[in-house]
Ligand binder design. Structure first.
Ligand SMILES: Cc1cc2nc3c(=O)[nH]c(=O)nc-3n(C[C@H](O)[C@H](O)[C@H](O)COP(=O)(O)OP(=O)(O)OC[C@H]3O[C@@H](n4cnc5c(N)ncnc54)[C@H](O)[C@@H]3O)c2cc1C
Length: 372
């Protein structure tokens, strides 16, 4: 019997596995494809805050950025490259947001390194920019390292059955708790109020003669160079979905698009593409992540019949799946959010700590039930 079965071995699942292992718990981790085989394996995995004027997501990402930078630096230094991040506005609205961000932020800002400035395109030079200390994670390696104390099973989870006080997985394995970390691929438990949007992304590793000292983000994300290699990535393709499109994804066109967008920011000399990585990232419909217990909708509709249309729902009255939680919907910030959210989720499961109502999945049940 395991203390927890984590389903999905992306950065969210591996971060939860890591936190449980730190608490001395027995962890079994499932993935149908392998560790970091979904969106996490495709990610550029830049650790960056969100450069917007205001909002809950910006606040959450600020806290997560400060936490995760420290977390990777202390616990996984071999998977973490510290480098300045230069974020450049794409248009006037972006320039304005960056300008406001710079006025308000408590983070220490830097000057754009002169060796990068020289390489920026004329267009990029005209735009507002911001430079601060940030980092890039080796996505595959960190997921492997985080989960190394867990029992890993490469298997698709098809069935979850609750049996008095433990869960039976695929009729074979048992665990006291279930954490669903299935990304945009498969929610496993179908509840009508849980809806996630999968956005397709593509990253290429290239060789180039250009030395790049920083992470540079504008139309795409460009990593710092190391031994003549760097990565270019983006999740900008809202038209392709591997489960919905009939035609396969056009890798050549995707590469051309990434290189064209990178060239709008900086000229990269003698480029050769080494490898492609593709995957879906999952986002929620209010852009905030979803962590915590899942509401049993039919049971809650019956129990809370009279109080579903109130302005401020009382989430403690809802009926939940026993010992089953999820962590998902991190959008383009999974590597920034995962260590921070996994800590919150683990403290909730093991020590009963409360999770902010702004990020619990039950908020979506409340909205869905109101519309019935
Ligand atoms: C090109 C690209 C660039 C990105 N760049 C960044 C970035 O710079 N910084 C950043 O922070 N984020 C970035 N992201 C976003 C980040 O990758 C995601 O937010 C993150 O990977 C989400 O992690 P996850 O663990 O929720 O999902 P995933 O990594 O998709 O993991 C879910 C896993 O669940 C498994 N699974 C699903 N169903 C089952 C089942 N029934 N049984 C067993 N296994 C199952 C899947 O096989 C998959 O491996 C990027 C994403 C992409 C695609």
């Amino acid at each position: 019997m395991y203390d927890v079965a984590v389903i999905g071995a992306g950065i969210n699942g591996c971060s939860v596995a890591y936190e449980f292992i730190q608490e001395g718990k027995r962890v079994i981790l499932f993935d149908k494809e392998g560790i970091a085989s979904g969106g996490s394996g495709a990610a550029g995995a830049f650790i960056s805050p969100k450069f917007s004027k205001a909002g809950e997501l910006k606040e959450l990402l600020h806290e997560a950025f400060v936490y995760s930078y420290d977390f990777y630096d202390k616990n996984f230094p071999l998977c973490f490259t510290k480098a300045p991040l230069v974020h450049i506005g794409k248009d006037e609205a972006d320039d304005e947001a960056l300008h406001v961000y710079k006025q308000k932020t408590a983070l220490k800002l830097k000057k754009v390194p002169t060796n990068l400035e020289k390489q920026l395109s004329q267009e990029a030079k005209k735009r507002e920019n911001i430079c601060l200390e940030a980092g890039v994670v080796d996505a595959q390696r960190v997921c492997n390292d985080m989960s190394c104390g867990a029992k890993f099973v490469k298997e698709k989870v098809d069935t979850l059955v609750y049996n008095d006080d433990y869960w039976v997985i695929n009729e074979t394995y048992s665990a006291k708790n279930i954490v669903l970390a299935t990304g945009a691929y498969d929610m496993l438990i179908k509840e009508p109020y849980i809806q996630l949007r999968g956005v397709w992304g593509h990253r290429i590793d290239i060789t180039t003669a250009t030395q790049n000292p920083c992470s540079v983000h504008q139309y795409v994300s460009i990593s710092p160079s190391n031994d003549g290699k760097l990565a270019i990535g983006a999740t900008h393709n809202v038209h392709y979905h591997p489960e919905k499109n009939k035609e396969p994804y056009d890798i050549e066109q995707g590469r051309a698009e990434l290189l064209e967008k990178a060239a709008k920011t900086m000229q990269l000399e003698n480029v050769e593409v080494l490898k492609d990585y593709t995957g879906l990232r999952s986002g929620s419909f209010d852009y905030l992540p979803m962590i915590g217990s899942l509401v049993l909708s039919n049971e809650t509709l019956l129990t809370c019949k009279g109080s579903l249309h109130v302005k401020k729902p009382d989430f403690s009255k809802y009926v939940y799946y026993p010992n089953l939680t999820m962590i998902n919907g991190s959008g383009g910030y999974g590597f920034v959010l995962a260590p921070y959210l996994a800590k919150i989720l683990t403290e909730h499961i093991l020590h009963g700590e409360k999770i902010s109502e702004r990020i619990i999945p039950a908020r979506f049940f409340a909205r869905w039930a109101k519309k019935l």
